[in-house]
Design a protein around this ligand. Structure first.
Ligand SMILES: NC(=O)c1ccc[n+]([C@@H]2O[C@H](COP(=O)([O-])OP(=O)(O)OC[C@H]3O[C@@H](n4cnc5c(N)ncnc54)[C@H](OP(=O)(O)O)[C@@H]3O)[C@@H](O)[C@H]2O)c1
Length: 294
C-alpha cells in the first residue's frame, strides 16, 4: 500500500519543519510547502541527510492563486488529493489594537485564518469522495487566551479555533477528521519575525511596552525546541479517533483553565503586569525587592 500523503504548510523552518521531519520518519509521504525554491532545496537536502525524504511544492498561503496552483499540482502528485493537510504556516502580528493598521490586520487574518479555510475547501471534495481524510490546524494557546499587545494574533487564532470546531462537526459524517493543535511557546523564528513587525514605537503611546517587547523578542530564546508540537500532530494523524484539540507544552493546561475560571478583572491585571501596561503596587514591589535581597 502506498504511504499516506500529508501536506504540511510553512514547512521550511520552525514548527512546520519539525512536523515535516517527524512525519517523514513516521513513514508518511510528506509534501512540504515552502515559499522559495532555495528553501525547498535546503529542506529536501536536510531531510535526506536524516535518512528520510520529503517532496516540496511552492505555496504562499495568503495568495489565493498560489493556493489553487499548489493544490492542483499536489492533486497530480497524490492521485487526486492528499490524505491529510497540516495548516501550520502563520505569523504573529504584535502591537496594540490601536496601532495595527487595516492592511496588517488583513494580512494577519488572511494568513492565519482565511488560508486554512481556503485550503480545506480545496482538499475536502477528494477527501469526501474517499470517505477518509484529516485536517490538522495549528492554532495556539493564544486562540484560547487573549493577550494585550497581541490582540490581532489572538483574534486570528480564536477565529481559527471557531472555524475548525464548525468544520470538525460538518465533515465528521463524511469520514474526515479535524483537529486543533494548540502549542504554548517554542523556540522558532516567530519571535524574531514578531520583533520586526512591532509598530513604529516613536509614534505610539505604547512606546515603552514596544521597546521592552522588542528586547524580549530579539533576546534570549530560552524556550524548548518545537518537537513536542510535531509529536502532537503525529498523534492527530495516527490516532484512530483523534482528539478535537491537543494542548502542547508545560503550563498550557493551567493557563487555559485559570483564564477560563478566574474573574476577568483579576486575569486582566496579571496580563497587564506581564506586558508592562501597569506596574505592581508599591507594597508588592517592596516585598519582591526584600525577597530578592534574601
Ligand atoms: N513558536 C511558537 O511558540 C508558537 C506557539 C503557538 C503557535 N505557533 C504557530 O505555529 C505555526 C508555525 O510558527 P513557527 O513558530 O514555526 O514560526 P516560524 O519559525 O516563523 O515559521 C513560520 C512558517 O510559516 C511560514 N509562513 C508565514 N507566512 C506564510 C505565507 N503567507 N505562506 C506560506 N508560508 C508562510 C514561514 O515561511 P517562510 O520561511 O517563507 O517565512 C515559516 O515556514 C504558526 O501558525 C504559529 O502561529 C507557534
Amino acid at each position: 500500500m502506498n504511504p499516506r500523503s500529508v501536506v504540511v504548510t510553512g514547512a521550511g523552518r520552525g514548527i512546520g519543519r519539525a512536523i515535516a521531519l517527524e512525519l517523514a520518519h513516521t513513514g508518511f509521504d510528506v509534501i512540504a510547502t515552502v515559499r522559495t525554491e532555495e528553501r525547498a532545496e535546503a529542506l529536501r537536502t536536510e531531510v535526506a541527510g536524516t535518512g528520510a525524504a520529503v517532496r516540496t511544492v511552492l505555496l504562499d498561503v495568503a495568495d489565493p492563486t498560489s493556493c489553487v496552483t499548489a493544490f492542483t499540482r499536489i492533486a497530480g502528485m497524490t492521485d487526486g488529493g492528499p490524505w491529510a493537510v497540516v495548516n501550520n504556516a502563520g505569523f504573529a502580528q504584535p502591537g496594540a489594537v490601536e496601532d495595527v493598521d487595516d492592511e496588517l490586520v488583513r494580512r494577519q487574518l488572511e494568513t492565519n485564518l482565511v488560508a486554512p479555510a481556503r485550503i480545506a475547501r480545496l482538499v475536502l471534495p477528494a477527501m469526501r469522495d474517499r470517505r477518509a481524510g484529516r485536517i490538522v490546524n495549528v492554532s495556539s494557546v493564544a486562540g484560547r487566551v487573549s493577550l494585550p499587545m497581541l490582540g490581532w494574533y489572538c483574534a486570528s487564532k480564536r477565529g481559527l479555533e471557531s472555524v475548525t470546531d464548525a468544520l470538525r462537526m460538518e465533515t465528521e459524517p463524511f469520514g474526515v477528521k479535524v483537529s486543533l493543535v494548540e502549542p504554548g511557546s517554542y523556540r522558532t523564528g516567530i519571535w524574531r519575525t514578531g520583533a520586526e513587525l512591532l509598530p513604529d514605537d516613536r509614534a505610539s503611546v505604547y512606546a515603552e511596552q514596544y521597546a521592552a517587547a522588542g528586547a524580549r523578542l530579539r533576546g534570549g530564546q530560552d524556550l524548548p525546541g518545537p518537537r513536542p508540537v510535531a509529536l502532537a500532530v503525529r498523534k492527530a494523524l495516527t490516532a484512530r479517533r483523534p482528539q478535537p484539540r491537543y494542548l502542547v507544552g508545560g503550563g498550557t493546561r493551567s493557563t487555559t483553565v485559570l483564564d477560563a475560571v478566574a474573574p476577568t478583572a483579576a486575569s486582566d491585571r496579571v496580563k497587564q503586569l506581564a506586558t508592562g501596561l501597569r506596574s505592581a503596587p508599591p507594597r508588592v514591589t517592596r516585598a519582591l525587592a526584600r525577597l530578592r535581597v534574601k
